[in-house]
Design a protein around this ligand. Sequence first.
Ligand code: PEP
Length: 254
Amino acid sequence: MRTPLIAANWKMHKTQPEADEFLLKLMKLAPRLTEVEVVIIPSFVALSKVAELTKSTDFKLGAQDLFWEEAGAYTGEVSALMLKEVGCQFVIIGHSERRKYFGETDELIAKKLAAALMAGLIPILCIGENEQQREGGITLAVLRDQLTACLKDIGLAAGSRMVVAYEPVWAIGTGRTASQDQAEEAQNYIREMLKELCGEELAQGTRILYGGSVTPDNIAGFMRMPDIDGALVGGASLQPDSFAQIINYDRAAK
Ligand code: PEP
């Protein structure tokens, strides 16, 4: 049984006072979280504030990235141990915006994934095809290549704590979602790949999220699909009302 996971990726949004205001409102709208795990993922500089605000609540904390070394002369970077220290349990690895704007390759992502697992963080590994690749009919091949390359440095036991997010690049922040069938096809394939690479038990236990223009109107439909175990939410996680509706999606859906 995989506990559904909904993660709020705030990207480069929300100052500390804005985070404060958001969380006060959200906790009124969703005071207790049952049957779903929810992670708030603010910018690095808001992590301590959000850690403090979520301390005695059901909300968990995550970061948007990390660097793979433990410490050293890496100006501007943040290590897995630093994230743990501030209270993070989760970390996004390989988001398509990092691949696009910061040149992250599968090779770098593999190192970050291994560092996160080594430090005891739960990585949310993002993979997904771009529009050209989907139109060219190579979506599943792209997912296979990304997953194989990103998992190459991790051991089986460590991998069991990982979350995978299927995020078609053309659906991120565009208002164009994958259909439920497109998402399910990709996510079922990811589970099959996990089985092939890491074994049945790990594949069945790994949560696979969908990300790409998730809203209060489409979340229940996605959650109804057998291989969709939650969502990575960008835009709709910035308003307490819409994010609370997503968290409180119709559980009868699954
Ligand atoms: C994301 O940032 O991972 C994302 C899916 O964004 P959005 O929900 O805005 O498409």
